[in-house]
Write a protein that binds this ligand. Structure first.
Ligand SMILES: NC(=O)c1ccc[n+]([C@@H]2O[C@H](COP(=O)([O-])OP(=O)(O)OC[C@H]3O[C@@H](n4cnc5c(N)ncnc54)[C@H](OP(=O)(O)O)[C@@H]3O)[C@@H](O)[C@H]2O)c1
Length: 316
């Protein structure tokens, strides 16, 4: 199940693989994810690609380049060539000006080599520069054919439109906005997603499984919440009770389709908004990666999409 990346000719699978988990549990990442060894990383990537996923989302800040290097290492070991896989990465804007987009780019290339960077994104709107200036720097990379497309992440509607319009003036589409979006967190509905639809900007939904909560596995076994890293546990506990009715309905729909609750959560996201939304679930286990890719292989009915919409409106 492929989708166009914004108003570009690039085709990506509706489900990509998130690579934050490959940060090797360094600095603040360890409060979310335990470390993953290179063999498991390779297996996760292998089953994802075999399941029809054709792109991986990483970032400069994920382990300060460790995730980028881990992805490239695993792909080389699996002997996968571009364009069988495409890479999206992100510039870290914290305490920086837009000029650092071009300045830090050689490091992105070194970490990901020999894989070209398809999509380069501004990780969040926290830099000292305006969205317009950031797009002017990204334009230099586009125009030099060093990247294929430009996106942003965590931009609100206004910031997204400003970035889109500046890049459009320079002759290129701004193809995506990567934002937190799941059936248990719909704060970007409706304004941002609707505006993205109008502009032809792809919404890349991050944390689409609400860091595992939307899979129903913690509802099945609540004590397992205690075994996950600290910050993630605190966040998930907040939504645990409120989501019980929705999770029960998702689980019953899953049974009818012979799939899992996690697959219903992903399938709802990639189909509820037509072609606008793609998702990037992360995985620390090959079995999860395989299930996540498999969420592209069935279709929820119109009635099921709207029933889940009704039950999850409390999270808008
Ligand atoms: N742009 C941004 O600011 C930003 C922020 C956050 C994330 N992201 C991107 O989005 C990606 C995904 O986000 P995320 O990792 O925060 O959240 P997520 O994809 O919602 O959750 C991933 C976690 O959910 C569990 N899981 C995955 N598949 C499962 C399945 N089939 N069944 C049951 N549990 C499953 C695993 O937990 P266990 O490890 O406990 O098994 C996995 O580590 C990241 O890798 C990153 O690329 C971007």
């Amino acid at each position: 199940m492929n989708r166009k990346l914004g108003n570009s000719d690039i085709e990506i699978s509706a489900i990509g693989l998130g690579a934050w988990q490959f940060s090797e549990a360094t600095s603040f990442h360890k409060f979310f994810w335990n470390g993953i060894d290179p063999e498991t990383t390779e297996k996760i990537i292998d089953v994802s690609l075999k399941g029809g996923i054709n792109w991986i989302d990483t970032a400069e800040i994920y382990g300060n380049g460790r995730s980028e290097r881990g992805v490239s290492r695993a792909l080389q070991s699996l002997k996968i060539d571009y364009p069988a896989v495409r890479i999206a990465t992100k510039w870290n804007p914290l305490f920086r000006r837009a000029k650092s987009i071009v300045k830090t780019f050689p490091k992105r290339v070194e970490n990901l080599s020999p894989y070209p960077i398809t999509l380069h994104q501004v990780h969040n709107p926290a830099s000292f520069s305006k969205p317009e200036t950031e797009m002017e720097e990204m334009f230099k990379l586009l125009d030099d054919k060093k990247i294929e497309a430009v996106g942003v992440s965590n931009f609100n509607t206004k910031q997204m439109v400003r970035a889109f319009e500046r890049l459009e003036e320079l002759g290129y589409p701004m193809v995506s906005n990567q934002v937190k979006y799941s059936i248990l967190d719909r704060r970007v509905d409706k304004e941002l997603v609707d505006r993205a639809k109008e502009l032809g900007v792809t919404i890349i939904a991050y944390s689409p499984l609400e860091q595992g909560l939307a899979s129903g596995r913690f509802h099945e076994n609540p004590s397992s919440l205690d075994s996950i890293p600290f910050i993630r546990k605190r966040v998930l506990k907040r939504k645990f009770e409120k989501s019980t009715e929705l999770i029960n309905e998702m689980s019953s729909i899953a049974n009818n389709h012979g799939v899992t609750t996690s697959q219903v959560a992903l399938n709802w996201l990639i189909n509820y908004n037509g072609d606008t939304v793609v998702v990037i679930p992360g995985a620390t286990k090959p079995t999860h990666a395989q299930l996540n890719a498999g969420a592209m292989n069935f279709k929820l009915s119109k009635e099921e999409l709207s029933l889940l919409d009704d039950l999850s409106r409390q999270f808008i």
